[in-house]
Ligand binder design. Structure first.
Ligand SMILES: CC(C)(COP(=O)(O)OP(=O)(O)OC[C@H]1O[C@@H](n2cnc3c(N)ncnc32)[C@H](O)[C@@H]1OP(=O)(O)O)[C@@H](O)C(=O)NCCC(=O)NCCS
Length: 175
């Protein structure tokens, strides 16, 4: 299977915050934002794999800044790294006040998607070939995050988390 650059999967979505999306303070509800993020990440995963993809996990999502009624939500999703059947998708979120044209960063999260066949069974996907220094950095970090999330979900023993242990050992030596 031919590897692909992260740019193949890059997905940009714009959403206007409408009254039905907000809480009683007039800000976008967290669940609604997660929905937007899930859709953008799913499109990125499908663009990379050309398969049906399902959400396997969502890493910690911090809501750093509220997004108000009438603001535009900008979401960018990209596949950082593909493993055997799963891939890490990074999602970045900004809010735009159209009156001033100013944008502020609100969120970053990592979703794991798995490509599946028509019976819902995981199926192999192409690898990622990073092209820029930034993409290479994200690619390397994705392997460590994958080990961490598999440990937290009880799917991997720390003793087998080679990337994570090497990184921690190097950080300890540097400190
Ligand atoms: C995701 C799903 C396909 C995984 O199936 P499974 O039987 O556990 O399959 P496997 O154990 O072979 O794992 C498949 C891949 O998923 C990854 N994976 C499974 N659970 C994961 C988790 N919690 N976090 C990160 N990765 C996970 C595995 O590491 C593996 O990756 P790899 O092939 O790249 O090494 C299955 O659990 C599923 O269909 N879940 C429901 C998905 C869904 O409905 N999502 C919508 C949200 S409600």
């Amino acid at each position: 299977m031919k590897s692909k650059a992260p740019s193949v999967s890059r997905t940009r979505m714009n959403e206007l915050v409408l009254p039905n999306d907000t809480n009683t303070l007039g800000n976008l509800m967290g669940g609604r934002l997660l929905h937007f993020m899930d859709v953008a990440a799913g499109i990125a995963a499908m663009r990379h794999s050309n398969r049906t993809c399902v959400t396997a996990s969502v890493d910690n999502v911090d809501f750093k800044s509220a997004i108000a009624l009438g603001e535009v939500v900008l979401i960018e999703a990209v596949v950082n790294r593909a493993f055997t059947t799963s891939m890490e998708v990074e999602i970045d979120v900004w809010a735009e006040d159209t009156a001033s044209g100013q944008r502020r960063k609100c969120n970053r999260a990592f979703f794991t998607f798995v490509a599946v066949d028509q019976s819902g069974r995981p199926i192999p996907i192409p690898a990622i070939e990073p092209e820029t220094d930034d993409e290479r950095e994200r690619y390397e970090a994705a392997a460590r995050r994958r080990e961490l999330r598999l440990i937290l979900s009880g799917r991997l023993d720390l003793a087998r988390a080679d990337n994570l242990r090497e990184h921690l050992a190097a950080a300890t030596v540097d400190a």
